[in-house]
Design a protein around this ligand. Structure first.
Ligand code: 13P
Ligand code: SF4
Length: 340
């Protein structure tokens, strides 16, 4: 494994000074050297769980805002959760507003059909609060299939939001027929043949994967393996050897025999870290390089992490603390607790 020593010495010293007091958690998409600095690296579901489980009283979560919010909701009142750039968002979180979701659910109920919202974790806390209020749950790419299945099995109609691609992967995995899945607004909500409605959002990093390009590459490199994140379009996911959360992708890569060439369809920095950590494999980026860097994660530079660590060490961490508005906390927490 490559060393962390490419980081400035101040950040390494700060990190040592705070060890035992502040848990340092990292999402898979941070720079490789920051991931190696962390106590644990995880997908968004693991990070939410870890923030609650870690014994330290404070957590610096190197991830985007929705990840830190889920962690803060689960960590409870006595733990402080910080983010190096608390304003760092996510294109999916921007694809749905709480008021639009509440209106959609209320209109649907007025028309005689109460659909249950299942929100991808990549949403604002205000959206999660609407979901909690309407008896729904939060899900990540690691458990979206199980969460949606649980509601469908109880005879409920589900509105999955806001990642249409992940919603289609879930529908395909569950074996739903074409007429059972519709985009929200595309067909009358009263039509009870429709079991799964999808909110029309997408992640620009993953949506750029083209299934035809993938098929051509498979044909020209029949011995290579292809892995994708389920935020990629369904036709591309169907072409891949496997799909899953960032943790599942990492586990799959690590299970491959030495010498295997593996193309990974997810964010560039994670693929770079896998390639650096596994020189015995030939790990390559599958997404188009020009759009494979998540612009929101790009804000998490070593300098910003060092500033946050410095502030926390000096007792000035408030600017980095992720606090949940008290009016939203209990509803949003209910939805997130159903996820874990
Ligand atoms: P994971 O939950 O699989 O880590 O994915 C989060 C994400 O934002 C992917 O783009
Ligand atoms: Fe959001 Fe896409 Fe970035 Fe993940 S890669 S944080 S879904 S914009």
């Amino acid at each position: 494994m490559a060393p962390v020593s490419s980081l400035p010495s101040e950040i390494l010293a700060l990190r040592e000074r705070l060890r035992g007091r502040v848990a340092l958690l990292a999402h898979q998409y941070v720079l490789p050297e920051l991931a190696r600095l962390a106590d644990a690296v995880g997908d968004s579901l693991e990070l939410a769980r870890l923030a609650a489980e870690r014994p330290e009283g404070e957590v610096l979560l190197m991830g985007v805002r929705f990840m830190a919010e889920s962690a803060a909701l689960l960590a409870g009142e006595n733990k402080r959760v910080y983010a190096p750039v608390p304003t760092a968002g996510c294109a999916l979180a921007e694809a749905v507003r709480a008021d639009a979701l509440a209106r959609a659910l209320e209109e649907s109920a007025q028309r005689g059909r109460e659909v249950v919202p299942v929100a991808y974790a990549n949403t604002d806390v205000a959206v999660k609060a609407v979901v909690g209020r309407h008896g729904g749950a939060v899900a990540t790419s690691a458990n979206a299939v199980a969460v949606v299945r649980a509601y469908l099995d109880r005879g409920k109609g589900v509105l999955f939001l806001p990642d249409e691609n992940l919603g289609r992967v879930v529908a395909w995995t569950l074996g739903l027929r074409e007429e059972e899945v519709r985009l929200w607004g595309e067909a009358p909500v009263e039509d009870r043949r429709i079991r799964l409605f999808l909110w029309p959002g997408a992640c620009p990093v993953h949506a750029a994967l083209d299934a035809v390009d993938l098929r051509h590459r498979k044909e020209s490199e029949p011995h290579a393996r292809f892995l994708v994140h389920p935020e990629c379009p369904l036709p591309a996911v169907r072409e891949a050897d496997a799909w899953g959360s960032t943790r599942r992708i990492q586990e799959y890569v690590e299970s491959l025999p030495p010498g295997t060439r593996v193309y990974v369809g997810t964010e560039e920095r994670m693929v770079r870290r896998l390639a650096e950590d596994h020189p015995e494999l030939d790990v390559r980026l599958l997404l188009p390089r020009e759009s494979a860097v998540c612009p929101y994660f790009a804000a998490l530079t070593p300098e910003r992490v060092a500033e946050a660590l410095q502030a926390i060490a000096e007792g000035r961490g408030e600017a980095y603390e992720v606090r949940i508005h008290p009016e939203l906390a209990s509803d949003a927490r209910r939805a997130v607790e159903r996820m874990v």
